[in-house]
Write a new protein. Sequence first.
Length: 262
Amino acid sequence: MQLSTALDSTLGAAFLGTLAAAIFYGLTSVQTFIYFQNCAGDGRFLKSWVFTLWILDTVHMAFTAHGVYFYLVTNFGNFEALAAPTWSILAGVYLTNISDIIVRSIFAKRISILCGLHGGILRILLPVLIVILSLVVFICGCAFASRAFILHTFARLDEASVYIYASIAAGVAADSTIAISLCILLFKSRTELKRTDSILNILMAFSINTALLTSICALACLITYAIWPQRLIFVGIYFTLSKLFVNSLLASLNSRGMLRSK
């Protein structure tokens, strides 16, 4: 492999992933500011979780920047350093999993509330299913990071590949369950009022697009890891994954005011 090609698929991929993560972090910060400007009707529980998510996203961005700085500056010209993931990149995996389980739990709570409007056992079953899938994502994601600390090199990460496959598969299943549940529940809430149905259509489209975007990103991470496990392409994609989840939640919360005014 030529040196330029190797750098494109390692340092180049990590650098581009960091730029994308920085853009999404900026969106997270703006959306968090907007949320706290218009969250008077929300309880302290939700406000505290939103603030916690912003803190986690901030620390994750710092870890991401440190990881790329380690490769590009501290070890400039030292290509042997590319053989092993830095502690900050692996620590970022823990933060991503913590952030993701919080976001999915909040969505599960909102689904439980919507189910309560229609009654039935789904009020318990759907949130429990989402939480179980989220726990699988969390446990497998953290197990992968812990195992990666022990394995030490990208070349040996294949020994822990079962964890990342299970984590991403469960994540896609959880996101799909959230999107399908929201769409069905919102569709059942339709009335003959044109204004109300218009708002519900917007919410259903938003739910589908959110799940589709996060699922595509997760699958892209999985595919690039399966094909190029020793390169940093999957790492660059993974940098943005948690920020997509946080921004999807904040966008749904901030859209409430706009939809009320329609």
